[in-house]
Ligand binder design. Sequence first.
Ligand SMILES: Cc1ncc(COP(=O)(O)O)c(C=O)c1O
Length: 382
Amino acid sequence: MTRIPFNRAARIGKEFEYIQQAIAEMHLSGDGPFTQKCHAELEKLIGAPKALLTTSCTHALEMSALLLDIQPGDEVILPDFTFVSTVNAFVLRGARPIFADVRADTLNLDESQLERHITSRTKAIIVVHYAGVGCEMDAILEIANRHNIPIVEDNAHGLFGSYKGKPLGSFGALATQSFHETKNITCGEGGALIINDSSLIERAEIIREKGTNRSRFFRGQVDKYTWVDIGSSYLPSEILAAYLFAQLECWQEIQEKRTTIWNHYQQELQPWAEERSVHLPSVPVYCNQPSHMFYMLMPSLEERQALIAHLKSQDIYAVFHYLPLHLSDMGLKFGGKAGDCPVTEAISDRLVRLPLFYEMSNDDQGRVIDAIKTFNNWRQGE
Ligand SMILES: Cc1ncc(COP(=O)(O)O)c(C=O)c1O
């Protein structure tokens, strides 16, 4: 019996060729031809005026905090159920995180909880399209616009997803993408900042280039480049961009395969789940989800842990994530208390993510599904 990992990065075939090309052309630092091609592809996919590759989604979030001029004492509202980078990027600038609870169905920021968190100190609202299922953007935009607060979309999961026909990543003033190995499209470690508010483009280029106007210099717009603002080094090498472009070029192929796997999990597991009060992902009809993640909400922590152990005994690796941020060591320092975000507290113990990757074979997926179905028998003591 072979091991079925939780994830294996997609390999589409042209990665080596493009990396070799980048080496042959001797343009190894950032912003070469492959980076430009990735930018163009992302701008087309998301319908955004500007995309800039970054070294990670974490760094794109850090750039967002810099671009929005987050200062010590500012407040940012974000979902409690998310990866640490969503919050860390803003806390690094001295912000105070305000954790909003999530909806029990999509596990996205609960728009009905949003307004009560807004104060005169609120400087940004960060939304996360969990598993690439769009947040309730109509309601969130209405509230944010009324209070004149910019939105950042942490779209780490959501490339190729859409809400009411509009691509995820196109709603916020800024949006961030991840190309980490676990994502649908990858270069190992990588990300992108999507800039929908055109007034932020020039400063974004400066922040990404160590606080210099080097991008303008390369375009011939200034005759020397110099230090003009704060910034850091957020641009990836051409080697990574070459790898990424090989994948972006073939995104339909990757998406078709992942969608087939996702749909198969849903069809096969739905009846089993319904009988056992297990919840499968909930996708509103007006959302297209990008088959990034297939998760299940088990009835209890004990059953979640037992299922993971049961799968592991068959060499199948399922995982869980995120612990409620407000109850983490850092969250407690910001005043988090048990009971602050009851939905996050209830679901984070029960969530399990199933293996889902481009190269997953039908047989392997069949093994995962069979193992889950036998878990039920095992639970009943068979
Ligand atoms: C919601 C979310 N935001 C941000 C990140 C960070 O992405 P990266 O590893 O590209 O920095 C992740 C990582 O998985 C994530 O799940």
